[in-house]
Write a protein that binds this ligand. Structure first.
Ligand SMILES: Cc1ncc(COP(=O)(O)O)c(C=O)c1O
Length: 504
């Protein structure tokens, strides 16, 4: 194992002070010309007159977008940069090079509005893209709502979720840079399996630290990762210093995404031929996921629909950003005006109950400091079934967009989410992963409001993965054994006390 020069103090960066001053307020303005919308008028089978009916041909006939979209280019205020906790200065590309290949570092910091999707990535996207945009007519009927509900379904990818949209380009850029192995964290196993799949296509070694609670609850995703050739460890593990420290304090720790990130980052900085991949949170991950929203914009345009409200679940925020950011661009340009709503678990409510502050992206404090909504980097969320939403922070870019007032957020407890998922499965047929059950529950709340008010709103939601490997969670719900894990103010207070004091 070749050792890397970073990490001498067991940390990617060494913090020498807890007080940091930043100079970040830069104005960014931009506009983007829109094509005229092409409206068609049809009557739907449920009797509601709308501007269009959607069928499989409509949603499949759009082209896969050729560019990812960078919302930062169009924001009126630039988001605060990540900081090197040793110098308290914005991180430099060289700070990140032990972790990421140059191309991804460039994408992380780019101010370009659009990034071309490489042909090699498009060729792989073609395995499952374009993904369907489906009108949930049977769910509408069950709810007796005048609302029109559409869901963009990402569960058709090989791994069963939106995560390959970023796993494939991340593996591609690493392979192109001559990297031999990549390491990562995973919660429910959706990201780990997506990266394992992508690495198998590019001949890259792949090692995954899977959050202990999910490792135990979801053995089939571990087997998927192993089938695609990855090595999988439960996290916290005894392989890393970060894992050993956590286990010393709590030998039965259920783990968290923050802990698993620490373990993977530690391995990456210690091995010159190994880089780190992250499944959410960072700008380049959100960027890759915008293929969802760009495609969906075209699909909605093709059927002449305009969303009044867009809802998506948020863990680190990548599926939500992926769907909503292109719509936020249109909103900023005054073309549409949808409400954009993030939905998080009541047991891990970073946007709705966290503070907006600089904090570490991982539990051990190995990453740069990022300004985000955080519950504190050592907050370990209760082991809810939506393992992919158990992250202490929110993507800095989403946090910034939230601060700018361009979106809103709510939290929902897991039993309401599974109640909605059962209604969805029994009407639409698809069994959602536990994460998008949050988006479905919020969609149902909104559709029921429309029933009360009589408004025929267009609700667009992100159905970002199927739940075929999450059936133990459904079993628990169906047997009446699922509980809403209580949210502890005290626990959050304790972890917030440990975030670095950064003065901006
Ligand atoms: C199906 C699914 N949806 C959502 C998420 C949450 O991540 P993000 O907020 O980055 O989309 C995950 C994470 O693992 C996931 O597997």
């Amino acid at each position: 194992m070749a050792s890397h020069c970073f990490c001498s103090a067991g940390s990617l960066f060494t913090t020498s002070s807890s007080s940091i001053h930043t100079k970040v307020e830069e104005k960014w303005l931009g506009s983007f010309p829109l094509k005229r919308r092409n409206l068609v008028h049809l009557r739907l089978s449920n009797g509601i007159k709308t501007r269009a009916a959607l069928n499989a041909a409509d949603s499949k006939s759009v082209e896969i977008p050729r560019k990812w979209y960078n919302l930062t280019a169009d924001l009126p205020v630039k988001p605060p940069p990540p900081l090197n906790p040793r110098t308290f200065e914005p991180v430099k590309p060289e700070d990140l090079s032990p972790l990421f290949p140059d191309e991804l570092i460039k994408q992380e910091a780019t101010s370009d509005r659009y990034i071309d999707i490489p042909d090699e990535v498009i060729d792989i996207y073609k395995l499952w893209r374009p993904t369907p945009l489906i009108r949930a007519k049977r769910l509408e009927k069950l709810l007796d709502t005048p609302a029109r509900i559409y869901y963009k379904y990402e569960g058709v990818s090989p791994a069963g979720s939106h995560k390959p949209n970023s796993a494939v380009p991340q593996a591609y850029y690493n392979a192109k840079a001559g990297v031999k192995n990549v390491v990562t964290e995973t919660g429910a196993g959706q990201w780990g399996s997506s990266l394992a799949f992508a690495c198998s296509l590019f001949g890259l070694g792949c090692e995954v630290w899977q959050v202990r609670a999910s490792y135990d609850q979801k053995p089939y995703r571990r087997l998927m990762m192993q089938t695609w050739g990855a090595k999988v460890h439960p996290s916290p593990s005894t392989i890393t210093e970060a894992g050993k420290k956590i286990l010393q304090i709590d030998p039965s720790s259920p783990g968290s995404l923050g802990i698993a990130i620490s373990e993977a980052v530690e391995i990456a900085v210690m091995n010159a031929d190994t880089k780190y991949c992250l499944g959410s949170v960072l700008n380049h991950v959100l960027l890759h996921q915008t293929v969802i929203g760009e495609e969906c914009l075209k699909q909605m345009e093709a059927i002449g629909e305009t969303p009044d409200i867009i809802v998506g679940c948020t863990g680190g925020g990548s599926n939500f950003a992926g769907l909503s950011f292109p719509f936020i661009r249109e909103k900023l340009n005054g073309k549409i005006n949808p409400v954009i709503r993030a939905v998080e678990p009541a047991a891990c409510p970073s946007l709705t109950k966290g503070v907006y502050a600089y904090d570490y992206g991982d539990t051990a404090g190995l990453t740069p400091l990022m300004k985000m909504h955080t519950l504190g980097h050592d907050f370990v969320p209760d082991p809810i079934h939506a393992g992919g939403l158990r992250y202490h922070g929110m993507a800095p870019l989403i946090s910034h967009v939230y601060e700018l007032g361009l979106m809103e957020a709510i939290s929902i407890p897991q039993t309401e989410c599974f109640q909605g998922a059962i209604q969805f499965a029994r009407t639409e047929g698809l069994i959602p992963a536990p994460e998008p059950t949050h988006a479905i529950a919020a969609t149902i709340r909104e559709a029921l409001k429309c029933r009360e008010t009589g408004e025929a709103k267009v609700i667009l939601t992100a159905m970002c993965g199927h739940g075929h490997f999450d059936l133990p969670a459904y079993e628990k719900y169906l047997q009446g054994n699922m509980v809403d894990l209580s949210f502890s103010e005290e626990k959050i207070k304790a972890s917030l006390a440990n975030i670095p004091q950064v003065v901006s």
